[in-house]
Design a protein around this ligand. Structure first.
Ligand code: BGC
Length: 896
């Protein structure tokens, strides 16, 4: 298999890899296997103009003024990157600029947990940790801090948050970049992150739309088609699109398409997904970009609604990275020769400029001050050009502020106590501690010794690939344990050493891990996904725990992991007294954990996925798939039934259920009250009609060829991507366009005419879809009390709210037993005897199913009995309220 080094820092190594793959690219793409029947990417044309939604109108007004002054080459120049590692190697993507009108090159930078490949930043806990906090305030505050850091470094775009991969496949390599295997957890955490980031003026980029649930064969390359994620309409709406809808509702500025295909059509040119679902039904007003080197057509992707090609170069269908682009000069040519309608390039450019205005970046936004190419102060100004003038590329701006506080808080509130026999934890700092496992210490070869964290050596604080960041420092657990406890012996090994006979109060703490990442790299035979190690702890972690448990009668297991691991080899051993999943804590891995171990605070994290007894407990269809000689078909035949939705349906008890998480406190829920807020009808009130878009007013006459000419005497840089054409080529294209003799093979169903009001999707109408979907239908409040004995450590309580649809509608619509709809965490830790009020709500969307015939959200039985369950975990729901009677009961047995 060709492993391409996508999205990695450059240097000759990565370029040579690109060239190698290019050199072998003479053969054509392999034929693809047919997409199974019933999975459709229907034609949806044209791209709806942006600019009609109220919340964006002021930005569009400003954008229209600017775009109306642009030449064709200027419009085109802001819709693509200038080529990989151009522009001082500043950012992972850099758009062209329009200096004449004051529009700078825009810097796009990874990644979801912090500013990638640079210094003086904070390495925040990963998305999966953030999800495990079940704390909306922390999700937001982490977003604020991330936004401040991206702005401080001069990055215009934050390439996050990631809500796809959603976590369908437990072995999927990038689940940890997102927030957990549930659409609502992803949606709420994603939205809070977007809010926090964008309030700082940084454009958030929600990614990857959609179906990037495994890493193997994710990309088109000159030898091979990417896999096709085949997803039915209902599953798409109720599971995978759900967090994107919430992101659009929250005002996200940008969305990144995935690498793979969806229902047979590549994500960055999938008209059904981009034009239909995203821009029409969800009313998205911002811009859609490719994933890096994912673009495989020029005109096709423009017509399908793509607005920005990143990093600008081709890879999918020609020799990559020799200064070729599907857009830039080719898009200019395609407009001049009439293949791409002028109104489409107008809309693309306006969407980019409107997003820039929407985030206020026209006012004093700092330019980038770092290089993602080198840590040296000076370097080539055009590293991608190979031969380049040199200059200052790194200014080493420190953007950390006091963000380590929020980073530690997230890391700590994520830690999930799965088991605590006989209240074994917390420990006394006087207990003799024997610590095993290399995961307890910082990487002895240096905390950033592996590029993009492409090794699992020492503490696992994040997975690998573009979602990683450099540690500024690492507070590792063993140093923290030694600082706090009197008597610590550390064995920095993953093979159980010979130890002296323990005494009965000795405690062994065993650190184990499981890693994964992006397919651009292979780590210990795992190609991004956990294809080699599966859901087993790495480095024989299970044996390490077993051996420790043979020797010591008190064992605490600490797991740093990207996702579920199977714990059966040791979970029920009598010596294994306590298990803490510390997820991926980032730089604050030490005190955040040890304060819990010693009872300075109580664990309050909850599992953002289920931990099954066996990997066989999942549906077969969520296994990794690969048919290397043809296009792999990844068919979502399990439909809605992933993670706990599947386990509940199949009546399979997991080892630890979704949402499970113990505390040193004990919580009791009481005084539940349900209020009807907005009365429900079967279908939502009709959508608002769509006002005219100002984009329609931009000039659509064929631009003059001269708008595309290279300026006289212009000194070109090799491989830099320009939007200009040599005058002869521009004239020739214009001649074709002017004659109206275009020969472009438009897709079946193509139309250049904006859809009339009668053809607009019933579920649309505003940013995020029909605004009525977001009305609160029911509000639920309840009291939570810490009933633990006095003297126990105070703890924060989490309430998770699940919906169970009325029994009769469940059969009509085949609905999961329960589905998470909201959650809340107490603001402060509750001391024994203390209580707090928590509020939860259910929107119309929360009580609806997607009706594939009506193409609308439908409340199956508005007057029926929805059971609204609340508790501390999906299998511990002692409170229920009924939507029909508004009666609530407490101390009941939950539905699963
Ligand atoms: C990843 C994206 C990332 C991009 C830029 C790609 O390989 O899939 O998530 O933002 O590279 O580095």
């Amino acid at each position: 298999m060709v492993i391409l080094n996508m999205g990695c820092p450059p240097g000759l190594r990565s370029l040579s890899l690109f060239f190698l793959s290019g050199a072998a690219s003479a053969s054509v793409l392999q034929q693809r296997d047919p997409v199974p029947a019933g999975y459709v990417a229907a034609p949806y044309y044209p791209t709806p103009y942006g600019g009609w939604a109220d919340d964006w109108s002021a930005s569009y007004e400003s954008a229209i003024k600017l775009v109306s002054q642009m030449t064709l080459a200027e419009k085109v120049n802001i819709t693509a990157g200038t080529g990989i590692y151009m522009l001082q190697g500043r950012c992972v993507g850099n758009t062209g600029s329009v200096p004449r009108l004051g529009l700078p090159s825009l810097c796009l930078q990874d990644g979801p947990l912090g500013v990638r490949t640079t210094d003086n930043i904070t390495a925040f806990p990963a998305g999966i940790s953030t999800g495990a906090t079940f704390n909306k305030d922390l999700m937001y505050e982490r977003g604020v801090a991330i936004g401040e850091e991206f702005k401080g470094k001069g990055a215009n775009f934050y390439l996050g948050p990631s809500v796809g991969a959603l976590g369908r496949k437990p072995r999927g390599g990038r689940n940890w970049e997102g927030f957990g295997s549930d659409p609502v957890l992803q949606a709420i955490a994603g939205a809070e992150t977007i809010k926090g980031v964008q309030e700082q003026g940084v454009i958030a980029t929600l990614k990857h739309l959609i179906g990037n649930e495994q890493e193997l064969y994710r990309m088109y390359n000159p030898l091979q088609q990417a896999y096709s994620a085949n997803i039915d309409d209902r599953t798409l709406h109720e599971i995978y699109l759900w967090p994107f809808a919430q992101g659009v509702k929250t005002g996200v500025g940008s969305i990144m398409a995935s690498y793979n295909a969806i229902n047979g059509s590549a994500a960055s040119q999938n008209a059904y997904i981009i034009n239909g679902l995203l821009k029409d039904e969800l009313g998205f007003q911002g811009l859609v970009m490719t994933d890096w080197l994912a673009q495989i057509s020029g005109v096709g992707s423009a017509l399908a609604g793509l607005d920005m090609s990143m990093p600008g170069d081709t890879i999918g269908n020609s020799v990559p990275l020799f200064g070729y682009s599907n857009w830039m000069y080719e898009l200019t040519r395609s407009v001049l020769n009439g293949s791409v309608p002028v109104d489409r390039i107008n809309d693309m450019a306006t969407r980019v400029v409107a997003t820039w205005y929407q985030l206020g970046q026209d006012k004093d936004y700092p330019p980038p001050n770092f290089s993602s190419n080198t840590a040296d102060p000076e370097g080539p100004l055009y590293p991608g050009a190979l031969i380049s003038p040199r200059g200052v590329v790194n200014e080493y701006v420190n953007v950390q502020g006091d963000h380590k506080i929020i980073a530690k808080q997230v890391a700590q509130e994520a830690v999930t106590l799965l088991k605590n026999n006989g209240s074994f934890l917390p420990l006394s700092t006087k207990a003799p501690l024997f610590v095993f496992g290399t995961d307890a210490q910082a990487d002895p070869q240096g905390i950033n010794s592996c590029t993009d964290k492409t090794c699992n050596r020492g503490l696992l604080g994040m997975g690998w690939g573009s979602g990683s960041a450099n540690y500024p420092y690492l507070d590792d657990p063993i140093s923290s344990l030694k600082r706090k406890a009197a008597n610590v012996t550390y064995y920095a090994t993953d093979s159980f050493p010979s130890v002296a006979a323990p005494s009965s109060n000795d405690v062994a703490i065993v650190f184990i891990s499981s890693d994964s990442g992006e397919n651009s790299y292979t780590v210990e035979n795992n190609h991004g996904d956990r294809d080699a190690d599966g859901l087993k702890a790495w480095h024989n972690g299970d044996t390490l725990v077993q051996k420790a448990a043979e020797k010591y009668s008190n064992v605490v297991v600490v797991v740093h992991t990207v996702g579920p691991i199977i714990m059966e080899p040791w979970i029920n051993l009598p010596s294994v007294k306590a298990v803490l999943v510390a997820h991926l804590p980032g730089q604050e891995a030490g005190d955040s954990l040890t304060e819990l171990i010693f009872g300075e605070a109580s664990p309050s994290g909850h599992l953002p996925y289920s931990i099954p007894v066996s990997e066989d407990d999942y549906p077969d269809s969520v296994s990794l798939v690969a048919t290397p000689l043809s296009q792999t078909q990844d068919t979502y035949s399990e439909g809605l039934y992933i993670d706990y939705r599947h386990l509940n349906k199949a009546n399979i008890k997991p080892r630890f259920a979704f949402g499970h998480g113990l505390s040193y406190a004990s919580f009791h829920f009481s005084n539940a009250t349900l209020t009807r807020v907005t009365p429900l009808s079967e279908v939502p009130p009709p959508r608002p009609s769509k006002p005219a878009s100002p984009v329609a007013g931009l000039n659509t006459t064929l631009p003059a060829a001269a708008e595309a000419y290279f300026p006289d005497g212009f000194d070109r840089i090799w491989r830099y991507l320009y939007s200009w054409l040599p005058s002869g080529e521009a004239d020739a294209a214009h001649e074709i366009g002017a004659a109206g003799s275009k020969t472009y093979p438009y897709p079946a169903g193509y139309s250049a005419t904006q859809k009339p009001a009668s053809a607009q999707p019933p579920a649309g109408g505003a940013s995020g879809g029909n605004p009525a979907l977001w009305d609160t239908a029911y509000a639920l409040t309840l009291t939570v009390t810490n009933t633990a004995a006095s003297g126990t450590t105070p703890g924060k309580a989490v309430a998770q709210a699940y919906v169970q649809f009325p029994a009769s509608s469940s059969s009509a619509f085949d609905t999961p037993v329960i589905q998470l709809r909201d959650f809340a965490k107490t603001g402060a830790a509750l001391a024994p005897g203390q209580s707090a009020q928590l509020s939860l709500s259910f929107t119309r969307r929360d009580l609806s199913v997607w009706d594939t015939v009506r193409q609308n959200w439908v409340v199956p039985e508005p007057a029926g009995r929805y059971s609204l369950w609340v508790g501390g975990a999906s299998d511990d729901l002692p409170v229920v309220c009924y939507s029909d009677t508004l009666v609530c009961e407490v101390d009941v047995t939950g539905p699963v």
